[in-house]
Every structure is written in C-alpha cells, then in structure tokens.
Design a binder for this molecule. Structure first.
Ligand code: PMP
Ligand code: GLN
Length: 379
C-alpha cells in the first residue's frame, strides 16, 4: 500500500501520554484537564438521553445549539450570524479543521502554517493535495512576523492557518496583528484564513480574545473554529463548531455531510441549554489564570525560564540552563528519571529542530501542579 501520509506516525500527544503511563509519571504532556465537567452539564446530557433525544441531529447541528452559539458570538464579538448558513456544529475542532481544509484547498494550492503549529493541520493539507508552507513565529515570545508571511505568499497561496491563543506557546493576537492580516487579505484576493480559536475562552491578564469574527472584512474571508471540549473541560466529548461566510460554508458542509454527517444529539441539546448562562463560558479564563499563576510562581525557584503564557492551558519552559540535551531527549529523560511528562516543542515544527523548549499542561489540580513543580525545581 502506498501511504498517503508517509511522514505521519503516532501523534506526539499519544506517544508522551503512553510513556507517562508506562513510567507512572505526572502527565503534563497531552492537553486535557484532570478535574470534572460541570454536574449541571452532565445532568443535561443525561436528561436529554432519557427523554429520547437519541437519533440523528440535523446535518449542520441542532438549530437550538446554533442559535445558542450565535448568541454567544453576539455577546463576545458583537456580530450577528445567520444560523442557517454560517454556523455548523462539528465533531470537535479536529473535524471542523479537516472538513474546512478538504473543502477549500485544491490540488497544488499552497497553505501557510505558522509554526510551531498544532499537529492536525499539515496532514489535512497534504490529504487535500495542498503544499504546506511553514513560516516560523518569532522567538522568544512566538509573535507573528507578518513581513515573513508576506514574503511567503505566492499566487498559489490559498489559505493561512492561524491559531491564537496559541498552542503550544500561549501567545495571543494584538490589534496590530489584525490590521496586518486585513492588509494581507486586501492585497491577495485569492486568500482565506482558517482561524483555530479553540482556546478563545482561556485568555489572561484582562486581555480579550480578538476573533477574526469581530472584524467584518476579516470575517468575510475567514473560517473560525471552536471547541466545547476546551471551553467546558470535556475534551473527550468531541464537540465543536465552525463559522464561515455562506459561500464557503456551503462547500464545507458538503464535506462535513459525508465525513461526519451529524454530531452526538443529546450533547447538542445539553450545550444549547448550558450556553444560555454566559458565566459558563466567561468564567473559564479566571479559573485557568489561577492555575497559570500557581505553576509560574512555583517555577520561579527553578532553573527553567518561564516564557509568558497569555492564554490556553499551556506553559512553555526554556530548559537551556538545565540541560544540554535536545528537547525530545530531555522530555524522555524527565519522564523516565524524574517522573514528569511534557511535550517537546520541536514536535510542533515540520523540521523538528530543537529549541530547548518544553510545553507543560497546567489544566490540573493544584496538588498535581505542586508535585510536578517540586520535582522540576530540584533539577
Ligand atoms: N486545535 C488546537 C490548537 C488544539 O490544541 C486542539 C486540541 N485538542 C484542537 C484543535 C482539537 O480540538 P478538538 O479536541 O475539539 O477536536
Ligand atoms: N490538543 C491536545 C494537546 O495539544 C491534544 C489532543 C490530542 O491528543 N489529539 O495536547
């Protein structure tokens, strides 16, 4: 069999989580919370199963849920969306990204990916027959260099994929970034943006998330992707949604219809109800900000250097004062010899080059964070 994805193996998240389990290490590698989902949300799913909401939902998602999503977006971004044509509920952000890329990237199209990048973008582009054009974010703070992006645009560039708040670094967009993006779209009429905004409700220090949906012109050329798995700390539920202008969404739904068709029905009823209370999503940032503070404070006494994290539930630490090893080797050493699992940041780059950086997930109870930081401080 000729592989369609010859460069793809098992994801780094699975590899490191398995290794953490094997060596009984504290698992701060794969990004998932270790605390419970709201009782209320669980009850709502259960009640909806009991009353018989157990058959296929409509292909674009339950109208009540699309309405609730539209209300949330109105509340946070101040824009009105058409729920019939512009919002589709997806099986997590992963399916939304996959369906969006397959629907819009043609054979030979180029797609700019800002690296370090989450791992599902490149395989989707390759399966669509597109060519990946990686452009690095500028270190040490992972800021986008829009001139570098412009230098990599050709008449074949179809899409730029962005992800802010950013996994793995926690970088966020500024108003200047939005202005630069608009300028790029104005100069390149063939281009669209895929904006992975799964960490939109995990943003710190009083900053607000700058969604592409907030700006009318940007929104008219963008697909925005979100995940309830992140917002409601239920990564195993695999429910998310995507927003795009009607003409683009029409094409995405053609793929979604056969890639997935529709998403778990009782959960959609539950989410529709749960989203009505804005506290359920607006309160998420402060909960994670406390965890970030706790972990960062604890790491002050270590030889690791803390890179600012403005959003997400990830913290990047620079270990160049701690070890000469490469990040992959050092991450393995930390699991095997010290009992703490993380993700080497090189795994988020296509060239896998070492930057002496590791990503730690702080979506954990304080006890776990305390134990992990205690170990790291003694190295
Ligand atoms: N994008 C990013 C940046 C992520 O970190 C994740 C993490 N899981 C996803 C997309 C996928 O989200 P989901 O689990 O909803 O498919
Ligand atoms: N998004 C998660 C992370 O970045 C991983 C999800 C997965 O394992 N596919 O750790």
């Amino acid at each position: 069999l000729k592989s369609k994805l010859p460069n793809v193996g098992t994801t780094i998240f699975t590899v490191m989580s398995q290794m953490a389990a094997e060596y009984n290490a504290i698992n701060l590698s794969q990004g998932f919370p270790d605390f419970p989902v709201s009782e209320k949300l669980i009850d709502l799913v259960y009640q909806n199963m009991q009353i018989g909401h157990n058959q296929y939902a409509p292909m674009p998602g339950l109208p009540q849920l699309r309405e609730a999503i539209a209300n949330k977006i109105k509340n946070t971004d101040g824009v009105n969306l058409n729920i019939d044509t512009e919002i589709t509920v997806s099986a997590g952000a992963t399916e939304a990204i996959f369906s969006s890329v397959l629907a819009t990237v043609n054979q030979g199209d180029e797609v700019i990916v800002l690296e370090p990048a989450y791992d599902c973008y490149i395989p989707a582009i390759e399966l669509a027959g597109g060519k990946v054009v990686p452009v690095g974010l500028s270190l040490p703070n992972f800021t986008p260099d829009w001139q570098k992006v412009k230098d990599n645009i050709s008449d074949k560039t179809r899409m730029i994929i962005i992800n802010f708040p950013h996994n793995p670094s926690g970088a966020i967009l500024t108003q200047d970034d939005i202005t630069a993006l608009k300028e790029i779209l104005e100069e390149n009429p063939q281009l669209i943006i895929l904006s992975d905004e799964v960490y939109e409700h995990i943003i710190f220090d009083g900053n607000t998330h700058l969604s592409v949906l907030k700006d009318k012109f940007l929104a008219s050329r963008s697909i925005a992707v979100s995940s309830f798995g992140k917002t409601f700390h239920a990564t195993g539920w695999k429910i998310g949604y995507m927003v795009a202008p009607e003409a683009i969404m029409k094409e995405i739904r053609k793929v979604h219809q056969y890639n997935c068709f529709s998403v778990h029905t009782p959960s959609q009823y539950a989410m529709a109800e749960y989203l009505k209370d804005e506290k359920n999503y607006l309160g998420v940032s402060s909960m994670y900000e406390k965890k970030r503070e706790f972990f960062q404070q604890a790491m002050q006494d270590s030889k690791f250097k803390v890179i600012p994290s403005y959003g997400t539930y990830f913290q990047v630490l620079d270990f160049s004062e701690v070890s000469d090893m490469g990040d992959m080797e050092f991450a393995q050493y930390l699991i095997k010899e010290k009992g703490v699992a993380s993700i080497p940041v090189s795994a988020f780059y296509s060239d896998k080059q070492d930057n002496k950086l590791l990503r730690f997930c702080f979506a954990k109870g304080e006890d776990t964070l305390h134990k992990a930081s205690d170990i790291l401080c003694k190295i």
